[in-house]
Design a protein around this ligand. Sequence first.
Ligand SMILES: [Zn+2]
Length: 120
Amino acid sequence: MAYRDQWVTCEKCGKNFVFRVEDQRRQASMGFDVELPARCADCVEVVELGPGLRQGVVKWYNDEKHFGFIVQRDGSEVFFHRSNFLGENPAEVLKDNTPVWYELQSSDRGPTAVNVHLRE
Ligand SMILES: [Zn+2]
């Protein structure tokens, strides 16, 4: 697929912004379907804190510390604890760049990923 910069109008604030080739490549390299974002960077957080299953990839997971981080579709990172991984042998399967599904939940320390499971 050929990537090119594309203008997008934010559905929330109506601002025009560029969906850059670098962002499209990054999404593709992470195993995502490349889709036009509906909202600009200023408004996307509202969406990201909504309910529902999201696609991400494991940035790293440390089985001794019992936690790790997931890279979200927008490139930001979110914390997850082993207790929120739905599966066996997290030390074995949660390698760097492993595609996962997760849901976001707010906590005292900010958003955290819950219901983390492998994306086949
Ligand atoms: Zn906006």
